[in-house]
Structure formats: C-alpha cells, structure tokens
Design a protein around this ligand. Structure first.
Ligand SMILES: *Cc1c(COP(=O)(O)O)cnc(C)c1O
Length: 413
C-alpha cells in the first residue's frame, strides 16, 4: 500500500517544468483546462526535441554512420520504454504511429481487411471517439460488416448486460475506449475483454485518455490492441503507438507500402516484408517526436503515475463539487469511476458563448462535441463545455475557473 505521504506532489516544482504555464492570455494568467485535447509539454521534452536536431538528426535503420546509429538507438530505445509503460510482453509488440487515430486505422485496414467478411460483426461502444467509429464505418460500406453499438446509461456507464447479449457467433472485434474523452468514464476493460474472448472475438482498446491518467497493464487487461497518443501524455504532437499481441501482429499484412517495411523488393521475385513491428512502419517516421515521447514517459515515471493519478482524482472531486453548486449546471458523465474530465452544460447559456467569453478571462476549456457526437446525442445535446485536468493544475486554478464561469454566466443569463 502506498501511503498518502508517498503520494504528496511538489506542485510548484511540477509547474516549473512547463514553461507555457507562465504565459498570459488576454492579460490574465493562463488557466489551461483543455488537457484532454492535448497536454502541455515539460522542458525535458522540449529540450529532447531540440537536442535531437542539434546533435544527432539522421534517418534511421539504413545508415551505417554514427548519427544514424545514435538516432536509431534512441528511436528503438523508446519502443522498450513504451513496452515497459504498457507492460507489454516484448518491444516488437509496439508499433509507432502518428497517434491513436492512425493506430486504429492501422488495425482497421490491416487486420480488418484481412479478417472481416460480409455479415461479420464489430461491436463498438456508444461513447467512442470518432476515431474509433469512422474507420469501422468505412469497412461497413466497403466490406458489408455489421456494426453493433453498446448502449450507455444515464450516468455514462456502459450497459454490460446489453453488451453480453450482443456477443455472438459473428462477433469478430469489440472496440472500446479505456477512458471516455467526452464523459470521463473509466470502462471495465478487463471484464469487456473477457466476454469478447469467450466468444472468440478480439478487443481493441482506445487508450488515448487512459495512458495520461493511470498505470496501464495490457497483459492484465488482456487487450489484443491498445492505442494511445504521445501528445496527450506530455509528449510532442505527431507520435503515438499501437500495442498488439505479437501473434496477432505477425498474422497481419502491411497496410502501407514503402521504405522501412520490406526486407527485399524485386520486380521478378516478389517483395518480402519486414518482420514486426517494422512491417507497419512504412517510410521515415517522426523520429524526433518518438524520441521525445520517450522523454515524456520518463518525466511521468520520475513523478510517479500513482502520485499523478491521486492528485488528479483529488482535483476532479474538488472541481466537481464546486461546479455542482452552480445553479442550472448539469454534468454529463457521473460514473462511479471517472478520470479528469468534466463535461457540462448550463441552462440559459450556450456552450460556445461560455467558451469564448471565458477565454477572455484566461481560461482554456473546450466546447463542442469533442469528436463524440453519438454519445452526446444519447443525452439529447450537441455540445458541452469540457474542463479536463492534468497533473500541473491547481485547486487555485479550479477555483479561478469556477469564478470566471460564474462571471460569464452573469453576462449570458
Ligand atoms: C484524442 C483522442 C483520440 C484521437 O487521438 P489523436 O491524437 O487525435 O489521434 C481518440 N480517442 C480518444 C478517447 C481521444 O481522447
């Protein structure tokens, strides 16, 4: 057991790591509460990017010169870091991608096209991000697969009874996020995976909102595929990863062709593809960004993911309690298990107007559909305001946000 003192956070030190937190917006100190869209970047990550271009920028894998060796070692070193971070069994189960979206498209286009036939069923939760819906809808049109949707209750919790009922002979894949970016719900992935596997189906987990907020163990979850984006876990834009069990990845055909993903190319004798994971990394990858994503994971681990999670939970409770006291404010997503996302609407005020006006007071929140239109439609709404937390946020910021919101509502209502 970790005691509460072990979990104490030196918040001032954490904040000093993020230069952007010092800036002002419209003459007010920035209060950044849009972390579910992208998190800010610590100096260690910014310096890592800069150091890469200053000292050892080179294309990887093919070179025999020193810079190419160093760049390759750094890039491949991050594969082992991601493996450790997700508790994957071996580094070759990690494929670098641009992010979650590209990881899911990889699975749809490679595994999906090779394995799905007309009438096969893909089960998708209603609370998925569009990036875990649309790739499957493209296959629905093209291959005639059938999409079945797991409903969500009034709290934003998946209806597991309906889910179990929809599993059957034709179920091939279950797609679910670990944490919902629109509602904050933490889904019981291990349980969902167990039921899928009992029907011979695979499970793809969108971990974009989970990796930043909790420890991940893909083996304990028994996930077949697990995707995340580096830029939501204090890394740079442009790099992320797909985890897939080695046996599944080995069975999958390439989805993009080009350099890096072949072992031999010939017009006469055919082309042989590289072993996993390189088979899925055609072309020059975002080497600097991948290396810096490794620095971001190092930063998180130096802080301690348990410490980070405990702080965010405390802050989430604090923010929820303060917001609940506002007259006419409704929070969407009241699941017992939640991560640092609060989606809300306020009677008599449009989300968009709130977002614009509160920005004038230095507060960055997101307004809109959060790329999750189906689940908002379930609640009869088209847009919410969403405040999302990161480890550098403070209670003072939450209080200032709530006060700013009250001022804005005073103007709008
Ligand atoms: C942000 C997000 C995505 C998409 O991630 P990209 O980095 O834009 O590819 C997918 N799913 C969830 C839950 C997200 O929050």
């Amino acid at each position: 057991m970790t005691s509460i003192t072990d979990l104490t956070l030196d918040l001032a030190a954490v904040r000093r790591d993020f230069p952007i937190l010092e800036r002002e917006v419209h003459g007010k100190p920035l209060i950044y509460l849009d972390n579910a869209a992208t998190s800010q970047t610590p100096s260690a990550v910014i310096d890592c990017l800069s150091d890469y271009y200053r000292r050892y920028n080179a294309n990887i894998h093919r070179g025999l010169h020193t810079l190419a060796d160093e760049a390759t070692a750094a890039y491949e070193g991050v594969r082992a870091k991601v493996q450790a971070h997700l508790n994957a069994f071996e580094p070759r189960e990690i494929v670098f991608t641009r992010g979650t979206t590209e990881a899911i498209n990889l699975v749809a286009n490679s595994w999906g096209r090779a394995n799905l036939k007309p009438g096969d069923e893909v089960v998708i939760s209603l609370m998925e991000h569009h990036s875990n819906i649309v790739p499957w809808q493209l296959l629905e049109r093209e291959l005639g697969i059938v999409i079945r949707v797991i409903p969500v209750d009034d709290r934003g919790v998946l209806d597991l009874e309906s889910y179990r009922e929809m599993l059957g002979e034709r179920t091939r894949l279950v797609c679910v996020n670990h944490v919902s970016n629109a509602l904050g719900t933490v889904n019981p992935v291990a349980e969902i995976a167990k039921a899928a596997h009992a029907h011979g189906a695979l499970i793809l987990v969108d971990g974009a909102q989970a990796v930043p907020h909790q420890a991940i163990d893909v083996q304990a979850l028994d996930a077949d595929f697990y995707a995340f984006s580096g830029h939501k876990v204090y890394g740079p834009l442009g790099a992320g990863a797909l985890y897939a069990k080695a046996s599944i990845l080995e069975s999958m055909p390439p989805w993009q062709g080009g350099g890096e993903m072949i072992s031999r190319v010939s017009f006469d004798r055919g082309t042989e593809f590289a072993a996993i994971p390189h088979r899925f990394e055609a072309g020059t990858p975002a080497v600097a960004e991948v290396v810096a994503m490794g620095a971001a994971l190092d930063w998180v681990n130096a802080l301690g993911i348990e410490r980070l999670a405990a702080w965010e939970q405390w802050l989430l409770d604090h923010a929820t309690q303060r917001l609940e006291r506002i007259d006419g404010l409704r929070i969407f997503g009241t699941a017992p298990e939640k991560a640092g996302v609060i989606s809300f609407v306020v009677d008599g005020a449009h989300a968009q107007d709130i977002g614009l006006l509160i920005d004038q007071l230095g507060v960055a929140i997101r307004t809109g559909h959060h790329c999750a239109q189906p689940v908002l439609a379930r609640f009869g709404i088209e847009a919410t305001c969403r405040a999302s937390l990161a480890v550098y946020n403070t209670p003072e910021e939450v209080d200032a946000f709530v006060e700013a919101l009250q001022r804005v509502l005073g103007m709008l209502r």
